[in-house]
Design a binder for this molecule. Structure first.
Ligand SMILES: [Zn+2]
Length: 72
C-alpha cells in the first residue's frame, strides 16, 4: 500500500533494477544498451513530429501572434 513515485523502481525499458549512477553508465536505465534504445526512440520521434495538426492545435497556432501586434 505504499507507492514511491519519485524513486525509480526499475529500468523503463526492460524493468530490471537500475544500479546507482556512478557505476551505472546507462543511468537512469539499467544498462547503456537500454539507454541507447531510449535515445533511438527519441530521435525517431523527432522525425515523426511532422503530422497534421488537430483542430485544437490549429486554433492555438492561429491565435498565437496573430491580430495582436505591439510595436513596443
Ligand atoms: Zn533495461
Amino acid at each position: 500500500m505504499s507507492a514511491r513515485a519519485s524513486a525509480a523502481s526499475g529500468c523503463e525499458m526492460c524493468g530490471r533494477p537500475v544500479g546507482p549512477r556512478p557505476e551505472n553508465k546507462g543511468w537512469p536505465f539499467c544498462s547503456p544498451r537500454c539507454k541507447q534504445v531510449d535515445l533511438g526512440r527519441w530521435l525517431n520521434e523527432e522525425y515523426r513530429i511532422s503530422r497534421p495538426l488537430d483542430e485544437t492545435e490549429q486554433a492555438e497556432v492561429l491565435g498565437d501572434g496573430r491580430g495582436e501586434s505591439s510595436d513596443g
